[in-house]
Ligand binder design. Sequence first.
Ligand code: ZN
Ligand code: ZN
Length: 163
Amino acid sequence: MSTDNRSFIFNLDWMEVLKDYPKEVRYEVLDAIIGYAQSGEVHGLSPIAGIAFMFIMREMDFNKNHIHPCGKRHWNWKGGVSDRNHSIRESSVYKKWRKAVFERDGYRCQCCGKRGGKLNAHHIKPFSLFPESRFDIENGITLCKKCHIELHKTERLWVKKVF
Ligand SMILES: [Zn+2]
Ligand SMILES: [Zn+2]
């Protein structure tokens, strides 16, 4: 391990958001933070911990690559669905991606286990932040409408409190 990997920036704002999570989820995310700092990899997070961690990971990657002398964070959230994102969602490659995600998950919500009904293919790494992962099947997860809304509430909380 190189000396560069011996330390990392821990943003206390993360704890501010995590404090509202159930204890197990909080531990799961904290473990993931340490694991990611050490190895650059994280596996098998639960969906709710996964959402939280995606935001943290993004910031960790940013800090690692662009540590600014005055400590200012220059990464800007590019949230919101632009027209461009909208047209991507209408594209056939997107529809194919969504179908592949549903099929892999057996048309079952991966959060509550509900089958059929109105399902959404959610991007684990947010759509607008990780353009390179938009059509990666590994980055998709099948969710029912209710669970999907819940997860996006969590996402918005991260955006509001941390970025
Ligand atoms: Zn569900
Ligand atoms: Zn989503």
